[in-house]
Design a protein around this ligand. Sequence first.
Ligand SMILES: [Zn+2]
Ligand SMILES: [Zn+2]
Length: 489
Amino acid sequence: MAALTSTATDLQNEIAWTAATRAAVWGDALEYAPREGALLALVRRSSGVTRTTFLIQSAIAPEHGDLEHDKWGNVSLTAKYWNRAVDIVRRQDGLVGLCVLHTHPGGSGSPVWSGTDDATDQDLGECFLGVGLLPAGAPLLSLVASRGALRGRVIQWSHGAGKSVFNPVHRMRTIAPDVFEARRTIDHPRAEGEDVPAFADRSVRVFGKEGQRQLADLHIAVAGNGGVGSIVADHVARWGVGTVSLWDPDIIRDVNINRSSVYTFDDAGARRHKAPVLAEALRTFALQRDIRVRHSKRDLRLKSELPGLLDADIILSLVDDPRPRHFLNRLAYANFIPIIDGGNVIASSAEDAPDSELGVVENGAIRINTIGPGHACLWCSGHLDSAKLSRAFRTPEDKAADRRRGYVEGLGPEHAPSVMPMNSLTSALVELRLQDLIFMLSKHAVTELYYDMIPGTLAEVPRRRAPGCHHCHPFEGRGDSAEMPFADL
Ligand SMILES: [Zn+2]
Ligand SMILES: [Zn+2]
């Protein structure tokens, strides 16, 4: 099994921004057309194992005297604009750098770097990184955009060579509550032979070959490989997703078999871990025959696990513990990675009496939330709170004592009642939300879905972002400088 490591040659550079920031940077710079436009923005790093994402956090809109145009309409940024931007950078906390975008408004195809662009970026590297106008280690990025396409490069300063070195941006992600777009740039073309396999026929008839290529280009992480997580991972692999990462510290037990995918009584007998067994199975039936599957048996809240999570385009959170859920909630806002969080609960008169002959089902529900910039977070919508989180930190001994006292609410999922139909519906709803996010079928942001098991009804629950919520707003776009609730602080 491939560990969560890679060689430097695999390292991809991506940019990610919200749709609003993209409009404020790329969109506003195009307003100068037919002249060139330009704009500076704050950028932070989000460091994965196989990719570095440059998060374009916010635009620094040009003011009067910040831009100059020559008689041919070519733009240049004045010292006034650069100095103002450097002052703004210095006032931020955590490592932050600059991104400069300029436009070549003439064409709609992929723009081509001009000789002037090369010379300008060469000087920028020397001035900001070589001389050190930016803090050490701060990212410096140059983007050039036409109306329909964008191309970018990361500028680094080689002290040895005494010159700037450019590395291309390979991919771009744009996210908003109703938008998810991951697009390769011209500097990362698809390899020969990467075409859609013939056996994808039935889904090609839904989304076309381009849709199938889009799936093959995606990296989906499945956090929690229990009942729901194993079914979802099974399905996304069959669907044609190109890279799947799995996280689960648990061992397969005989009581798991009746509501999961893939796991067998042999696995339970051999006390195998869920994540590697699932990873092995996915390879046998994945539509994308060269699927890249990674797995981890570790708690995803460990510092060592974060870079692996930051490689994912979308994370499916199917964990049954509020602690990883809280961790992922923060990660979504900090790194511009949308997360679909799902779970179900059944209340029965038999839930604390495993020998009962009669079980009366009192209630049952499924909840699916999409979180990430623009959406209400799990704290905004009340699904995480301090009481829930602190209960999860109680030791097994404390919990046993709580049970003896008759205090059972929120004690965790160890013996939670669960059946296959509820797990398969939860999985299907998560997959349908995922499908909507990728292909934007509804063109509508659905923050929360609620299925009520007794009447059998499905409803959209309106959720608003809490303006003062300190679990989402302060972390937006902070990437590596976001403080994370690690398990090993
Ligand atoms: Zn140019
Ligand atoms: Zn919030």
